[in-house]
Design a protein around this ligand. Sequence first.
Ligand code: NAG
Length: 395
Amino acid sequence: MYKQMKFKSDSRTHSYYAGMGDLYTPMRQKHRQALFGIIALIATLCVLYYFESDSGHDYISSPLTTQSGTLYGSGFRGHSNADYSRVTNATLGFSNVFVVGLPERSDKRDALALTSALTGFQVEFVDGVKGESVPDKAVPFKADRQSLWENNLGSWRGHMNAVRRIVEENLESALIMEDDMDWDVRLRAQLEQVAMGVRIILPSGSSSRSPYGDDWDLLWLGHCGEIFPEALPENEGKPHHPKYTIKNDITVAPLNKITGLVEFNKYPEFTRWVHISGAPICTFAYALSQKGARKVLFDLSVDHLLGAYDNALAGFCRDGASGNRDGLQAKCVSVTPPVFFHQRAKGRVTGDSDIQKSDSGDVREKGTTENIVWSARNNIKNMLMGLDMENQFES
Ligand SMILES: *[C@@H]1O[C@H](CO)[C@@H](O)[C@H](O)[C@H]1NC(C)=O
């Protein structure tokens, strides 16, 4: 799919996709030796990833702007690039991609089905439910129907139906997203970096079943704000969790546009982190492993439910990050800034949310998505027609 698109507006990205094939053109011996020297040097540098002692273990990568995506794969701990590229398959390296939403929102389903097809992956819709349809008897222990309000209860149930499918069908993993999601056209390249990061901060041996490694419960890929776990009061004085830092990532929004809870201006522009989850807000998009799905089904339904679904899921991760030995020891990894974000679609503003009510008669002329540079939703026509991609933050 990428090959059909024109990436000439950014040659750096283009070279990232080009891969190693270009290196095997016939060339004279002297040039070849020089090239091998350079490759050996780059590979060595790649193996020498950093420890930054003042902020825990920080592993640095500078992908997406370099041609060395392939070299990173083979340089790091013996994984071959072919292994990471498993995340680029039709279900993004998970067993399935589930989209949760009310079945009557055909507008959202149409847009999501088309956008994912154009980006190169397939989704399966899981019916969301309305809170009113959840009888009192089915409300989990400790959940307070009044303070939760019906819409949050419906949202919880929709997500829980998707989580239960992972358990019932014994899937290795699944990505669960809400039906108004948007992402960058370069999502699959981003996910290769995420997979490298997850496997470095939660290592699980060289031949893992999942391309993201086998030691994670939850990957929080889309959220509306997240902090690093060391910023939480309960983790004061504890050793920091490792982070994987992606520098010079051209798919990160510029500093004056980026949103979230991290103080981004304290860091170099165009930085993204793969890190142990602190306490994310919004369940835009997250993946669960089989083990993770079982823990979540227990912790947020069978055992009890405290608060709205996203807060409860954040609590599950936060407890894991704190190292509570009596808890479920959740292993959650977040990507900040996130690679999924909800789109405010063009059209009537009241259509945005099926949870929040709004009586506004406002109409939006153009869709917008925070933090997503080459919005897949905004580039549907460009992808269909093979035109240049539009950058939301450049006008
Ligand atoms: C994509 O890769 C994952 C992980 O290897 C695998 O479980 C899944 O079945 C693959 N999807 C497809 C459509 O082949």
